[in-house]
Structure formats: structure tokens, C-alpha cells
Design a binder for this molecule. Structure first.
Ligand code: ADP
Ligand code: ADP
Ligand code: MG
Length: 665
């Protein structure tokens, strides 16, 4: 086995691979870019090497530098993780040319499967059903439009070299085809340096089900069953589970056998994933299934497979790369219980899932157990930057059955709080709690279809319960310096004027965002009686330690993390939300504008299109321009209603984080 392994990656996957290398008594060599100097993956390693710079191109994508580190650090093998260079055939080749082991399949297979067109050709030859499509060399727009008509709308335009959902465009009507084709080509060229596309028939009622496969150098092949990854946004997964709910045994078996046929056809070695799309609308008794693509690496969602099989897939990868046979055959494996993974991203679901940046001030999460696993790449020293993927952590749970796993996931999510950067945690909770998800009715359009319930209009804003936390914090004096520091504080000992047994009633007005909450509060010792929005609510103040508060609200235990900012404004993190609550000061606020005048860029990028001009009336939330940042197209909105006073940019301009783009008066 390898003595020293270089992990050519960052974040949670670098931490994940480190765990297994250490368990197998190997040493880990980590690399880090400038912003990652203090990242958890660096602190976990045995030796570390700096990759000067910030951008992915200068650092984690820099093949020459990585090989240089490998030589200096005298490693035996390089694990590429996922993303970055994991599916780059030139990297796999360069590693082997340097007489090092690449933990992954052969460069030729990576190359073949990296192009969706070639991959589909090969799979067709192996007798694997593929989605009906146009994947010829002819890229003429008129030709493609005609072929789209023949396939029948809706169609999906995909980048031939695509990955990570980038560039993909669903087109419902012929008259939208040319614009969407243009947008897809533009994004594909940016992200992959290759603007070629293929047109697929859009499968209605699609489900994403994939099979984990493995091959070794001795001709053995195994699969480790399937995962359902249908809960997606931007064609990217956010919740995954194993096994896939509601599949018949015969379909499950067929998917496994089909996947193994592909492994044989390709002489595949190491870990891979065969992604299938299931067509639940087909009128055959069984869902029809088609090959979509193969990922020639470890997948983000591999932990759910580990949870139900009890196998360590990174260990399998290292053993196979070292020339050992597969640890087990499919016949010796079985699925035990049910596992679910939720991906915590720094992004705002209410703003079109735009990535968010900022410092992580607090990250509170439950302890790991046999049933609860946390794969995190961040901690309270991390600043989330624009340079890399916004995946922060993955929460993974196991249960005896799906119901138990979902209940556990709900609990784990409610016990997790992240303050400082906007995350998708509230959306994750809303999905887990949704009836249709509970019934296992999962389709890739789940989030769109149930948008009203999952991302309601008041998404991300304070609820009554959040305000009650802020009120107890204020009234009990938790924020007073001499209290909070010494760990757990008996609410009786607070030095607040309310401590005495006498009964007093007071009124307070708290504000969160645009909402003002008027409260009456009567306190008897630790018990508060609140009058809020015509209702009486009894709250028992149970615990305050460090920055965690436990209340019993009308008899239900609720936990929150509370962090104080300026002017006694507090951030309350509860039930997936993190909301700022402060005292309402009408006199001060009367003069405040109803939203920022300047529309600023939240990250570096390039302006693609300006949608407004000088003198035009705009509404709050109206799109004012489109920019390209982090290899995605983002729509930027007005933050207030008014008139466009000045447009500072035009299409093609490069902008920095914080630049003023448009001003509205
Ligand atoms: P998967 O099918 O495993 O989700 P994708 O093809 O969607 O794989 O892309 C890989 C995933 O890995 C993305 O979902 C993204 O969140 C994450 N990812 C991609 N690139 C990086 C990176 N450079 N660093 C961290 N995470 C990444
Ligand atoms: P990527 O390489 O970006 O991961 P995939 O081909 O794997 O691209 O597709 C990503 C997602 O897009 C799938 O998980 C599925 O939700 C959706 N998708 C892909 N092809 C189709 C199709 N033909 N019809 C409907 N949805 C599709
Ligand atoms: Mg995919």
C-alpha cells in the first residue's frame, strides 16, 4: 500500500480522503492556495505545500506545480478527489508519465467518457440504452433546430464536454431554440473551452438513478448498488439517497447488470458512476431507463453508498490503484437500511441559487455517531470566497429504513447552524419535511414543481419563533458581557432587572428585514408570557450556554444559536434559517431608503447584457443586468423601486467584487 499520498484537491473531499489514508497508516500531503492557508484540509495533513495564487487555474488546476510538489514530497500516488483535475485525462497521463500512481481509471477511459458524444456511442455499442438525441458533428444552428423539431420539444441542449450541469438548457418551444443554443454555447465555451453541443430529447417525469461501479486490473467488476439523486437545482444534486425509493427488484437488478456491461466494455478500473435517467412517464409497467453519462471518479454522494454497504470506497480506490483485486464481489455485498445525504451550499435559493461568500462566524453541528456523519471542508476560521465551488459540507445519516433516515436527517439539520454566510439549509429542511418527498415521489423537477412550499415568499426571513429567541435574549440580559462567557448560565443568576420575582409587563418592537414585530412580555422568573400578533405564547427559558439558547415554547423544546453583532442586533440561527433581528427604531428608519441605491457586483465577473437604460423606471427585484461569474450566468436585480440614474457598465466589461454597476434613485 502507499506510504505517501498527495491529495490534489481541497475542501470536504480532501478531508474525506485524508481520513482513509490515515486509517490505512499512510501519510497525506496536502496542497493549498493562498485563501486556503488555514483550511481544515491543510491542518489534517502530514505535509503541506503552498500553491501560490487564488484562482483555481493558478492553484488546484495547475498540473505542472502539482507534479512538482509530488516530486518534492516524494509521494507514491495522487488522489484527485472530484471536480478540478479528477476527470482531466492530461493530468492522469502526466501523473503516470512521472512514474506515480493516479488513483483513478486510465487516461484513455477518462477521455472517452468525458465527452458525452463519445460516451454515448460507446455505450450504444455495449447495448446500453441511451437517451434519443442528435450528437453528430454538424453544429450548424439551422440543422440542430430541425433535428430538435424531429426529436420533439421539449429538448435539452447539453455541452458535449459538459459537467456539473453547466450550460445545460431545457427548451420548451421552437421559437426559444436559437437563443438557448446561443446561451449554452457561450457558457460551454467559458466553462470547458469547447462550445460544441448535443441535443437530447427531454425526458418528462425524469428520475436520476445512478449505479456505483468498480473495476480492478485483474478483470474483476463489481457494482455497489444504486443511488437516487433526483433532488436537484441547476441540474445539480442537493439531496441523495441509497437505495433509490420505490424501484422494483427487477429494475434494480437490470440497472446493476447494465452498469457492469459498461465496465466490461471499457475494461474500467477504479471507481466510477453510471448515471441513468428513468422515464416514469413511460407506459410500460416498468420505468424506461437510459444511460446519461459516466463519471470517472469518486462521486460527491459516495457516502450514502458507504453507509448502506459498510464499505469504504476510498479504501477500495487505493487498493485497486495499488494493483490489488477488488475487496469484494457484488454477490458478497448487501444493502443495509437506508442512507440520505444533504449538501450544504453557500448559496441563496431565494435569489436563483446564486453563490454567496463571506466569513463563517459560527458553525454548530451534532456529533458524529454510527448513524450520523459530517463531511465538512470548512470551520469557523473559513472565509468562503468566490474562487471555488460553494459546497461547504455534507450531512449524511443512516436509518433502519427510509422513514427513520428522514426523521434523523430532519433532527440533524435542525441541530446544525451556520452563521456568517447564507446557506441553503432552510431549503434542505423544507425538502426533507415535504410530504411528496416523504412518499418517495422524487423527480428531477421536484424543486420547481413544489417551489411555493419549498421556497415560499417569506423564505429566509424571520418567523415569530426567531423573534421570541431575540426577545428572550434581550430581556434576560444574555448579551451582557459578564454573563455569556462562563459557559452555562443559570437564567436565575442573570443580573437583569427582571430577575426579581415581581411581575412586570413591558412592550418591545423588534425588526427583521422589512418586518416589524410588536411584543408584550410579562415575566415571572424564567417564564415569559408573550403577546405577539394577537396570540399569547408561553416561553420557558431553559438554557443559555456560550451562544446556544434552549427555550420551551408552548411546551416544545427549541434550540437556537444566537450571535450578537453591532448595535445589539443579533443573528438568530434556528430551524435552518439565520436571521438578523434588532430593535425597531422608527425615528431612525423613517429616513432610510427602502433598499440600496447602488446595485453592486457581489463577485468578480464579466457583464453579458445590460437590461435597463438611463431614466427607465424599475421595480425592486427587477433584473437589471446579466453577468457571468464563477462560470455561471447570474441575473442581478434592483434592490429598490425607482429610476435608473446611471449605468456604469456595458456588455463585455470585467468587474470586481463590490463595483457599482447601476444606480437607482
Ligand atoms: P456529481 O454528480 O458528483 O455531483 P457533478 O458533475 O455535478 O458531480 O460535479 C461535481 C460536484 O462537485 C458539483 O456538484 C460541485 O458541487 C462539486 N465540485 C465541482 N467542482 C468542485 C471543486 N473544484 N471543488 C469542490 N467541489 C466541486
Ligand atoms: P452533467 O455532466 O452536467 O452532470 P448530466 O448529463 O449528468 O450532466 O445531466 C445532469 C442532470 O440533468 C441530470 O441529473 C438530470 O436531472 C438532467 N437531465 C440530463 N439529461 C436529461 C434529459 N434528457 N431529460 C431530462 N433531464 C435530463
Ligand atoms: Mg451528471
Amino acid at each position: 500500500m502507499f506510504d505517501r499520498v498527495l491529495i490534489a484537491n481541497r475542501g470536504e473531499i480532501a478531508c474525506r480522503v485524508t481520513r482513509t489514508v490515515h486509517r490505512m497508516d499512510g501519510e497525506v500531503v496536502a496542497v493549498y492556495s493562498d485563501p486556503d492557508e488555514h483550511a481544515p484540509h491543510v491542518r489534517a495533513a502530514d505535509a503541506t505545500f503552498r500553491l501560490p495564487g487564488c484562482s483555481a487555474e493558478e492553484t488546484y488546476l495547475n498540473i505542472e506545480r502539482l507534479l512538482d510538489v509530488a516530486r518534492k514530497a516524494n509521494v507514491d500516488a495522487i488522489h484527485p478527489g472530484y471536480g478540478f483535475l479528477s476527470e482531466n485525462p492530461d493530468f492522469a497521463r502526466a501523473v503516470r508519465d512521472a512514474n506515480l500512481t493516479f488513483v483513478g481509471p486510465s487516461a484513455d477511459v477518462i477521455e472517452a467518457m468525458g465527452m458525452k458524444r463519445r460516451a454515448k456511442n460507446l455505450m450504444e455499442e455495449a447495448g446500453v440504452p441511451v437517451v434519443p438525441d442528435e450528437r453528430g458533428e454538424n453544429q450548424d444552428a439551422e440543422h440542430l433546430a430541425t433535428r430538435a423539431e424531429e426529436l420533439g420539444f421539449p429538448v435539452l441542449i447539453k455541452a458535449v464536454a459538459g459537467g456539473g450541469g453547466k450550460g445545460m438548457r431545457k427548451v420548451d418551444r421552437p421559437d426559444r431554440f436559437h437563443d438557448e443554443l446561443e446561451a449554452c454555447r457561450r457558457e460551454a465555451k467559458k466553462a470547458f473551452g469547447d462550445g460544441r453541443v448535443l441535443i437530447e430529447k427531454y425526458i418528462t417525469e425524469p428520475r436520476h438513478v445512478e449505479v456505483q461501479v468498480f473495476g480492478d486490473r485483474h478483470g474483476n467488476a463489481a457494482h455497489l448498488f444504486e443511488r437516487d439523486c433526483s433532488i436537484q437545482r441547476r441540474y445539480q444534486k442537493i439531496i441523495e439517497e441509497a437505495p433509490a425509493p420505490g424501484l422494483s427488484d427487477s429494475l434494480r437488478q437490470q440497472l446493476g447488470e447494465t452498469a457492469l456491461r459498461a465496465v466490461d466494455k471499457l475494461d474500467y478500473t477504479n471507481a466510477g458512476t453510471m448515471e441513468f435517467i428513468l422515464d416514469a412517464s413511460s407506459d410500460t409497467a416498468e420505468d424506461a431507463y437510459y444511460f446519461m453519462e459516466m463519471n470517472t471518479r469518486l462521486q460527491v454522494e459516495h457516502p450514502v453508498t458507504e453507509m448502506v454497504t459498510g464499505e469504504d470506497l476510498v479504501e477500495w480506490q487505493l487498493r485497486v490503484a495499488a494493483g490489488e483485486p477488488l475487496p469484494r464481489d457484488t454477490r458478497d455485498l448487501s444493502v443495509n437500511g437506508h442512507a440520505v445525504e444533504a449538501r450544504l451550499y453557500a448559496e441563496d435559493p431565494a435569489a436563483g441559487f446564486q453563490p454567496r461568500t463571506g466569513p463563517i462566524e459560527r458553525f454548530v453541528h451534532p456529533e458524529e455517531t454510527g448513524q450520523v456523519r459530517l463531511d465538512a471542508g470548512v470551520d469557523e476560521r473559513t472565509e468562503v470566497t468566490v474562487h471555488y465551488d460553494p459546497l461547504l459540507a455534507k450531512l449524511v445519516v443512516h436509518g433502519a429504513d427510509r422513514e427513520e433516515a428522514l426523521r434523523r436527517m430532519e433532527r440533524v439539520l435542525t441541530q446544525t447552524a451556520l452563521i456568517g454566510v447564507t446557506t441553503n439549509m432552510e431549503l434542505l429542511l423544507n425538502v426533507i419535511r415535504h410530504d411528496a418527498f416523504g412518499r418517495g415521489s422524487v423527480r428531477t423537477d421536484f424543486i420547481d414543481r413544489h417551489r411555493g412550499a419549498l421556497i415560499p415568499d417569506d423564505y429566509g426571513t424571520a418567523r415569530r419563533v426567531d423573534v421570541l429567541f431575540a426577545a428572550v435574549y434581550e430581556l434576560s440580559g444574555c448579551g451582557d458581557r459578564e454573563l455569556g462567557d462562563a459557559g452555562w448560565t443559570d437564567p436565575w443568576s442573570t443580573k437583569h432587572h427582571w430577575r426579581m420575582n415581581s411581575k412586570r409587563t413591558t412592550s418591545l418592537a423588534l425588526r427583521s428585514g422589512e418586518r416589524v414585530f410588536e411584543l408584550d412580555a410579562t415575566c415571572y422568573g424564567r417564564t415569559y408570557e408573550f403577546g405577539i400578533e394577537e396570540e399569547q405564547i408561553e416561553v420557558l427559558f431553559q438554557e443559555w450556554s456560550a451562544d446556544q439558547m434552549v427555550l420551551s415554547i408552548d411546551g416544545h423544546r427549541r434550540d437556537a444559536v444566537i450571535v450578537e453583532g453591532n448595535n445589539r442586533r443579533v443573528t438568530v440561527a434556528h430551524d435552518g434559517r439565520a436571521v438578523a433581528v434588532g430593535t425597531h427604531r422608527p425615528a431612525l428608519e423613517a429616513d432610510e431608503p427602502e433598499g440600496e441605491q447602488d446595485v453592486r457586483s457581489t463577485m468578480p465577473g464579466t457583464i453579458i447584457d445590460v437590461l435597463v437604460e438611463h431614466g427607465e423606471r424599475v421595480d425592486r427585484k427587477q433584473p437589471v443586468l446579466v453577468m457571468e461569474a464563477m462560470k455561471m450566468e447570474l441575473t442581478v436585480q434592483a434592490e429598490r423601486t425607482g429610476t435608473v440614474d446611471e449605468v456604469y457598465v456595458q456588455a463585455g466589461d470585467r468587474v470586481k467584487e463590490g463595483d457599482v454597476l447601476v444606480s437607482i434613485v
